[in-house]
Design a protein around this ligand. Structure first.
Ligand code: HEM
Length: 319
């Protein structure tokens, strides 16, 4: 394999190389094997130590990667602090007072910089940390293609417009994910991320007080910690049965109207995705496989590779 073979016409090979070089994002699971052999183990250790201190951190790191990839691609733009030249994504509506885990990423990044200065991108770090978080909480593993590079800028407006809101309808969710190249089935699989982690009262209050497709006992128990006014930042588990286990309980909850967010319950509300929720509820292995495949796909959104972008030394600012 390769361009040195003499049995095929050079013009064809040039075309093949061009197609391979442009059609694929040029990622490789062995990208750091010689340049930073300890990269993957450093990230895995950093994630497991953070998750063992606080299980929720696994959820927070997974969400960071999602909010990175859905806003101009997986380029670690979500990690950039504001500068004189741009307002970053951290204060966008879906992120402000909500995204967390930045310090964990900083800690791991400084370990990577000590071991191999200027080699491992923040975007790859975030992608691998998301995978390791899922594994640390009992979910599936998958091979992460590597070689992403980091942006030098971020977009508050893109963060506000590209990240789906918890008030979204089913068709809104399907359109939002379709805009990023995902099928409705992949959207349902990725939503299974809400089998871990927490949401603030402000994110589900309207579903709790003004909607009828919520289990009455579940609603009563939530109201104790999420009053009709005030307590905006009070937290409840997205998966009421096993919030720190990456399992398929999220889908079982949806079947009995125990989705926390309006958008969660939309996936099982008499519409086109009910059947997929039933499948994932009754077949955990199918969910795990579909989730892993969809995560690889999400991690490949609009990448900077080759000589585009840079390898940030500090994930919070461009070099
Ligand atoms: C389908 C559309 C989605 C909507 C509308 C949505 C919305 C939300 C909201 C509102 C929260 C709670 C934020 C807060 O109250 O502070 C949340 C939490 C979370 N989301 Fe999503 N999300 C979606 C899809 C995803 C996807 C695709 C992933 C990952 C691949 C994900 C991972 C998470 C995780 C892990 C948490 C908990 C974070 C923590 O505890 O720190 N979400 N999401």
């Amino acid at each position: 394999m390769g361009c040195e073979s003499s049995s095929v016409k050079p013009a064809f090979l040039l075309l093949l190389c061009f197609l391979l070089g442009t059609a694929s994002a040029q990622l490789s699971s062995t990208f750091y094997s010689t340049s930073c052999p300890s990269a993957l183990s450093t990230i895995k250790c950093g994630v497991s130590s953070a998750v063992s201190k606080e299980a929720r951190m696994g959820a927070s790191l997974l969400r960071l990667h999602f909010h990175d990839c859905f806003v101009n691609g997986c380029d670690a733009s979500v990690l950039l602090d504001d500068t004189a030249n741009f307002t970053g994504e951290k204060t966008a509506g879906p992120n402000n007072n909500s995204l967390r885990g930045f310090e964990v990423i900083d800690t791991i990044k400084s370990q990577l910089e000590s071991a191999c200065p200027g080699v491992v991108s923040c975007a790859d770090l975030l992608t691998v940390a998301a995978r390791d978080s899922v594994v640390a909480l009992g979910g599936p593993s998958w091979t992460v293609p590597l070689g992403r590079r980091d942006s030098t800028t971020a977009s508050l407006s893109a963060a506000n417009s590209n990240i789906p809101a918890p008030t979204s309808s089913l068709s809104g969710l399907i359109t939002n994910f379709s805009n990023k190249g995902f099928t409705a089935k992949e959207m349902v699989a990725l939503s299974g991320s809400h089998t871990i982690g927490q949401a603030r009262c402000t994110s589900f209050r309207n579903h709790l007080y003004n909607e009828s497709n919520i289990n009455a006992t579940f609603a009563t128990s939530l109201k104790a910690n999420c009053p009709s006014s005030g307590g905006d930042n009070n937290l409840s588990a997205l998966d009421t049965t096993s919030p720190t286990s990456f399992d398929n309980a999220y889908f079982k909850n949806l079947q009995i109207q125990k989705g926390l967010l309006h958008s969660d319950q939309e996936l099982f509300n008499g519409g086109s995705t009910d059947a997929q929720v039933n499948t994932y509820s009754s077949n955990s292995a199918t969910f795990m496989t579909d989730f892993a495949n969809a995560m690889v796909k999400m991690g490949n959104l609009n990448l900077l590779t080759g000589s585009s972008g840079q390898i940030r030394k500090n994930c919070r600012k461009a070099n």
